[in-house]
Design a protein around this ligand. Structure first.
Ligand SMILES: *[C@@H]1O[C@H](CO)[C@@H](O)[C@H](O)[C@H]1NC(C)=O
Ligand SMILES: *[C@@H]1O[C@H](CO)[C@@H](O)[C@H](O)[C@H]1NC(C)=O
Ligand SMILES: *[C@@H]1O[C@H](CO)[C@@H](O)[C@H](O)[C@H]1NC(C)=O
Length: 508
């Protein structure tokens, strides 16, 4: 898109008759790419703009603006100096002309490209670049697309009205620009049955997409919801809904009854926000990634759990080179690489194991993910167990198949367990610490909120053989992940165990 002053046309005609001199800029045109430029949120981007034929624009005026405000460029280059518009503070410190001071490859060669750093969602849209010689003016416009992947879609299943169908809904937020949402069955065929699709935009400009679909579970074992950007980057979740009225519905009723019974008996201990029966959900964990607030509840007495508390140190010899171990119980991410030569180290994932592995009995430990003094909450962490044989070298996914059973947190997803084929996501769950109970005899590892004394999740189907506690402080911050000291942990809990006994007694 170009616009030339009418007068410029006359100049151009005149210029054709006059030999072009370097000093007096005659006719030129501003060229910009016609395709949108795209960038990931937070990255830097160059918006190309140059004059043709190539000529020195350093004595001229160059402006960058958001159309239609060509009279108020946010960056103005004039009289060989840069002016950043004081009325547009969102650009301060983030924009510069890439060609400034770079000789013939830069402004002197006609390169008026703009670099924009730390791109925000508000930066997406049209940009105008103009070059003005006083006698001649041309402008071009470029569009910038700012991309951001949103959250993992959360699926939930509701009984359909009457018949054999269920109403499955899929929600994902934090996208830029507007994504598409596609339902597919197990065979990968796109489903176009009766469905609905809605978009909303939050104050930061990020888009939430939500869709629903009426689905007959007999059609296919599971269905997936894929949310994608036009470039192809996407996130997917799957769910295996059950038809109301088949055997599974007995499970539903059983669930409901269990929910009622347990919430009545445990009402003073925990708040049950969501529960699936242990029979269906905990053995099949991961088959469906349903919306979870916090699920399940304390099934055994807390005392029974903490009596298995064990004391161990972190094994420095297994730690990734960017992990710092302090006081044998605390691990943090560091930019300085630590000199470690052991063949036991994790070479890709920022992980460390406990010194002691366990192959029989039950073992409980707790980690702290919030610094109780500084109130610094870690932005990411992983906690769980790894099989002795789990690979530590090069890139392998930290999956249960590879021998990692984990409970993790990061800012984008929140808390999640690495179930397969989809992760189980715990929306809105906030933890200060995490309790881990490894039961080598039952081949399970359970994760608890030690503050609420509440069971969060159980990984069943652990392999046989020796298991090591695993910890990762993530790479998003330098705060430590700490394994709690046995004495602190137990004394902390002793205060409440008498109360717990009374509650358990009064309910039995
Ligand atoms: C850009 O982002 C980096 C890293 O997030 C930050 O350190 C820097 O201060 C930001 N710069 C501007 C100009 O906002
Ligand atoms: C302008 O300069 C930038 C940075 O050196 C470069 O990436 C870009 O290709 C140049 N554009 C032209 C048209 O030469
Ligand atoms: C399916 O559920 C959504 C809400 O989750 C609702 O808006 C929609 O109307 C339902 N569709 C049908 C056909 O019941």
């Amino acid at each position: 898109m170009k616009r030339k002053y009418a007068g410029a046309l006359i100049c151009m005609l005149t210029a054709l008759a006059v030999p072009l001199s370097a000093a007096s800029a005659g006719d030129f045109s501003v060229s910009v790419p016609s395709a949108p430029v795209s960038v990931w949120l937070g990255d830097s981007v160059t918006l190309p703009c140059s004059v043709t034929p190539p000529m020195d624009v350093s004595p001229l005026e160059v402006g960058w603006y958001r159309p239609p405000h060509h009279h108020a460029p946010f960056l103005l280059y004039k009289d060989r100096r840069i002016d950043i518009n004081l009325h547009e503070p969102q650009y301060w410190g983030r924009v510069f002309l890439v060609g400034l001071g770079s000789g013939v490859g830069g402004l002197e060669g006609g390169n008026a490209s703009l670099s924009l750093r730390n791109v925000t969602v508000a930066d997406s849209g049209e940009y105008g670049c103009y070059v003005n010689s006083g006698r001649w003016y041309d402008t071009g416009s470029i569009s910038l697309q700012v991309n951001k992947l949103g959250s993992i879609p959360v699926l939930s299943v509701h009984p359909g009205v009457g018949g054999q169908q269920v109403n499955v809904s899929c929600v994902s937020d934090g996208w830029s620009p507007k994504p598409s949402l596609i339902w597919r069955n197990r065979e990968g065929r796109e489903l176009k049955d009766q469905q609905g699709l809605f978009y909303s935009t939050d104050p930061q400009g990020l888009v939430t997409v939500s869709g629903w679909l009426l689905f007959s579970p007999s059609d296919s074992g599971w269905l997936s919801c894929t949310v994608s950007l036009s470039g192809g980057d996407s996130r997917e979740s799957r769910v295996a809904p059950h038809t109301p009225g088949t055997d599974e519905s007995v499970g539903c009723i059983a669930r409901f009854i269990i929910l009622l019974v347990l919430s009545v008996s445990a009402i003073s201990v925990v708040t049950v926000l969501f529960i699936r029966s242990r029979k269906t959900s905990l053995t099949n964990s991961g088959k469906d990634s349903v919306e979870l607030e916090t699920k399940a509840l304390l099934a055994e007495g807390w005392k029974d759990i903490i009596k298995h508390a064990v004391n161990f140190e972190l094994d420095n010899e297994t730690a990734h080179m960017h992990l710092k171990i302090s006081g044998a119980k605390s691990v943090s991410f560091t930019l300085e690489s630590q000199n470690r030569t052991s063949s036991k180290v994790f070479t890709h994932h920022p992980c460390v194991l406990g010194k002691e592995g366990f192959s029989s009995g039950q073992h409980y430990w707790e980690v702290e993910v919030e610094d109780p003094v500084g109130r610094e909450v870690k932005k990411a962490w992983r906690v769980g167990v790894a099989a002795a044989s789990a690979p530590r070298h090069f890139y392998v996914p930290l999956s249960t198949e590879k021998g990692f059973w984990l409970f993790s947190y990061d800012e984008a997803k929140g808390c999640h367990a690495n179930t397969h084929p989809e992760e189980t996501v715990f929306r809105g769950l906030k933890l200060k610490g995490l309790g881990v109970l490894l039961d080598c005899d039952e081949h399970t590892v359970s994760f608890y909120d030690p503050e609420q004394k509440k069971l969060l999740f159980i990984h069943r189907e652990l392999r046989k053989g020796r298991m090591y506690p695993l910890f990762s402080p993530g790479v998003s911050d330098h705060h430590p992940l700490k394994v709690c000291d046995l004495k602190v942990l137990i004394s902390d809990c002793l205060d409440d165990t008498d109360d717990m006994d009374r509650v358990l007694e009064s309910n039995s």
